[in-house]
Design a protein around this ligand. Structure first.
Ligand code: AHM
Ligand code: MG
Length: 335
């Protein structure tokens, strides 16, 4: 069997397809290496120093940080600042963009990331992940300021995520479909295991935190209510529900067998606009989902078209199988 490593895949994307340049290839290789280090730390669990438990600090969103949130953020910063491929970085765990130290050369790309997504699953041995998004730094923009990062998701040049589950996977798109790599732990390299991932347009599976039901808006109440009525209701069939509470794992299931994921607006979050962050959660996941033939919407607008106003802006997220997302968007329009 011909084994295609991530390095070879990227070289082919650069040389044969001309989709990426050497700097973007390096950037993705460095991100993959950082994900490997995070996977190793997670794999140690309670045997590792400073892996499980609370860090005793809050991030910019006022959420309690886990030790692994802090560690993963440091791994990402350290791995990415010296290669010369980046102009700047921004993270869920940092209020302001991270400047590339002066002693290193600067590149043309901006890297945005959620270093450890699904924090509530860290200590219980359930899948967590890393999400990343790559933008170009606009000509003349200052990459130490948030304005440089406030670009719509449609401007992303690459996006991906790692899932740290029973196997460690890296799912990637450089705008040429979606490919999935599995970490070969003996060799220490990511190997291509699925290419041209496609999300089926129809599904019988949905993912939502049902405990928030009483706070949802009417269109989401209606949609989920119809699903719950099963074969006796307006949809005429039964639906299954799954909620891992790690967006990476929930989205990965949808990329594998279809489904729809919702983190909708909630009456308690009116001001903040949603739970999930636009720039380093919703946008990269929406890029991947669209590249796999699915759809991603806030309910009122395509996520990749949202013009960001702030680095840590939040949005409602509805993504996955195209026909279900379209139905939910239509319900929003009927109000
Ligand atoms: P995090 O970035 O702090 O981990 O929060 C994001 C996570 C998503 O991975 C997941 O979809 C959601 O929060 C789970 O929310 P809930 O705790 O309501 O189930
Ligand atoms: Mg997150």
């Amino acid at each position: 069997m011909r084994r295609i490593t991530l390095s070879r895949y990227l070289i082919e994307e650069q040389r044969e397809k001309g989709r990426i340049n050497a700097d973007l290839r390096l950037l993705i290789e460095v991100v993959a290496r950082a994900c490997k280090r995070i996977a190793i730390a997670i794999g140690k669990g309670g045997l590792g120093e400073g892996v499980l438990g609370d860090a005793g600090s809050d991030n910019v969103q006022g959420e309690a940080q886990k030790k692994l949130d802090v560690l993963s953020n440091e791994i990402f910063l350290e791995a990415n600042e010296w290669g010369g491929h980046l102009a700047g970085m921004a993270s869920e765990e940092m209020e302001l963009p991270h400047a590339i130290p002066n002693r290193y050369p600067q590149g043309e790309y901006l890297l945005l990331f959620d270093p450890l997504d699904g924090s509530s699953n860290i200590d219980i041995n359930v899948s967590v992940g890393t999400i990343f998004s790559v933008l170009k730094c606009p000509e003349g923009a200052d990459p130490t300021r948030e304005a440089a990062f406030l670009q719509p998701g449609s401007a992303q040049v690459a996006a991906g995520y790692a899932v740290y589950g029973p196997t460690t996977l890296l799912v990637l798109s450089v705008g040429d479909g979606v490919a999935c790599f599995t970490l070969d732990r003996e060799l220490g390299s990511f190997v291509l295991t699925r290419e041209h991932l496609q999300i089926p347009p129809d599904t019988r599976e949905f993912a939502i935190n049902m405990s928030n039901q009483r706070h949802w808006e009417a269109p989401v109440q209606r949609y989920v209510g119809e699903l719950l009525q099963g074969s006796g209701g307006p949809r005429g069939r039964d639906f299954n529900m799954r909620w891992v509470a790690s967006m990476v794992a929930d989205v990965h299931r949808i990329l594998t067998r279809g489904g729809v994921f919702l983190y909708p607006l909630d009456a308690r979050m009116g001001q903040q606009g949603g739970k999930l962050r636009l720039l380093y959660e919703a946008n990269p996941m929406s890029f991947i989902v669209e590249q796999a033939g699915g759809s991603a919407s806030t309910g009122r607008q395509r996520i990749l078209d949202v013009r960001p106003a702030a680095l840590h802006q939040r949005v409602p997220v509805i993504l996955g199988s195209r026909n279900e997302v379209e139905r939910i968007v239509a319900y929003h329009g009927e109000r």
